[in-house]
Design a binder for this molecule. Structure first.
Ligand SMILES: Nc1ncnc2c1ncn2[C@@H]1O[C@H](COP(=O)(O)OP(=O)(O)OP(=O)(O)O)[C@@H](O)[C@H]1O
Length: 457
């Protein structure tokens, strides 16, 4: 069999498994060979993926290969380099919880003020997508060590978007490369606690010496020191001393330096003097990637887990708040699935996660719908809302009314008011018209589906 035949079979598979499944599971397969005994082999990036494809699409692939005239009795999926760079998830999880700085070999070992690092927060387990690619690239650069190019690296972004994960990943990487490096990670709160303790114990000299002796200092959630003047002062001195010695500093916060009120200007300016990068809110693709990665990470812990098609896509669509919530939802599903010993279907998912789904329901507004619809049909917002009755405006207007009824909790009169003060009967008529057209006009049905997806993304 040639790669070309495989190309044709892929086209067939695209039709039979659907676009989503195709992109996620079939496209990454690489045809490796078909031997005399009828075993077709494909290369897959990970063992988990191989198992998944084998279980869910193995028979279909075999069938298509046979239909194309090949004698195939079995299809196998193998990982090209099973040792890879990526440590197996189970190995990471089963290591004893370590102290962050345990590999530092100086006499001051036990005195280093760092907090423990999470074993799971490595670069291997960090999924990169558009929203975090810059932050990830900057973190990678810092993790290479060597000459300090930007100081500090300032990472910021909303809750649960991976700031801590990236900082720990840098620390793990640096320690792996140079076990003697004194890498210290701690939260701003812990920094303050240490400082207050040193003040109380009249041990400031030791405190200063300790913090000035590190090679890499990472302070998480720096916004915490806002309004805490003495801590800020000490932080500023520590910061300057380390920068003067050309030591790397990495700081994270939930907002940009200039947006942290209650921090002295000179500190803000210091914080901005290196590279400031933000982690944007996740998009659908990144969320789906993270879910797939988590499944792989936990596959050995939950070996009998079967998840129906569409469940991950559903979660990635519906839980867009933050990654921590997404992860929590998946863990609950795993636990539940293991408990009841059943395949995790969409229905089970909706049932089991009802509270999370309700809480993370994003509120879509009529205004947002109007904007998206007018963009989609390339008409002006004023024409969509205005009085003109020509079909080019009237049909999109009715679709926007229909979507407003479907996706918001606004009543018909409320929707009417937002469409240039129309009566509720006009809205009702519009909604009914679209319901009717959807049945017979596939173009309208497709447009609505596209719009709905764009709005719910
Ligand atoms: N891109 C990603 N790939 C894999 N896991 C991620 C990613 N982003 C976030 N996570 C996971 O989401 C969880 C929350 O991330 P993390 O603790 O790093 O967030 P944070 O930005 O520091 O949040 P907070 O502001 O609450 O401190 C972690 O379990 C982390 O592993």
């Amino acid at each position: 069999m040639t790669n070309e035949t495989w190309g044709q079979i892929q086209d067939e598979l695209l039709k039979s498994v659907g676009r989503n499944n195709y992109v996620n599971w079939i496209e990454p397969l690489e045809f490796s060979g078909l031997d005399d005994s009828g075993v077709a082999t494909f290369l897959v990036p990970t063992q988990f993926m191989g198992n998944w494809v084998s279980r869910n699409f193995g028979e279909q692939i075999r069938h298509q290969l046979s239909a194309a005239g090949e004698r195939v009795v079995r299809v196998e999926f193998t990982v090209p380099n099973p040792r890879g760079d990526k440590p197996a998830a189970a190995k990471i999880a089963s290591k004893p919880a370590g102290k962050a700085i345990r590999s530092v070999k100086t006499a001051k070992d036990d005195e280093l003020p760092g907090a423990p690092l999470d074993q799971r927060f490595t670069f291997d387990t960090f999924v990169v997508g558009k929203p975090n690619e810059l932050a990830h690239a900057a973190a990678r650069r810092v993790a290479e060590g060597g000459t300090v190019t930007f100081n500090p690296l300032f990472l910021y972004g909303g809750v649960g978007l991976g700031k801590t994960h990236l900082m720990h990943a840098i620390a793990w990487e640096l320690q792996k490369k140079s076990p003697d490096l004194r890498v210290v990670y701690l939260s701003a709160e812990q920094f303050m606690y240490r400082f207050v303790q040193a003040l109380r114990d009249k041990d400031m000299i030791a405190f200063k010496q300790l913090f000035r002796s590190v090679d890499v200092l990472m302070i998480d959630d720096v916004q915490f020191i806002a309004g805490k003047d003495a801590t800020q002062e000490e932080f500023f001195h520590t910061f300057n001393a380390l920068v003067d010695q050309n030591k790397q500093i990495i700081v994270s916060s939930d907002r940009a330096p200039t947006e942290i009120s209650g921090i002295e200007d000179r500190i803000v300016s210091r914080l901005q003097s290196g590279l400031v990068v933000d982690l944007h809110p996740t998009n659908y693709e990144l969320r789906l990637g993270i879910l797939q990665q988590k499944i792989e990470q936990y596959s050995e812990q939950f070996p009998n887990l079967v998840i129906s098609d569409g469940v991950l896509e559903f979660l990635a669509h519906r839980i867009s708040t933050n990654v921590r919530v997404l992860e929590g939802a998946l863990m609950r599903l795993f636990a539940f699935g293991a408990l009841v010993g059943r395949e995790i279907t969409l229905e089970l998912t909706q049932d089991c996660l009802a509270d999370i789904l309700r809480a993370s329901d994003r509120k879509i507004t009529v205004e947002e719908i109007q904007r998206k619809v007018s963009e989609h049909f390339n008409i002006r917002l004023s024409d969509l809302i205005g009085p003109k009755r020509v079909r080019t405006f009237a049909r999109p207007r009715q679709m926007a009314m229909y979507l407003s009824k479907q996706l918001t909790s606004r009543s018909l009169p409320e929707i009417g008011r937002r469409f240039g003060g129309r009566d509720h009967t006009t809205v009702m008529h519009g909604v009914r018209k679209i319901e009717e057209l959807m049945q017979k006009d596939s173009q309208i049905a497709d447009d609505l589906e596209l719009l709905r997806r764009a709005l719910e993304a």
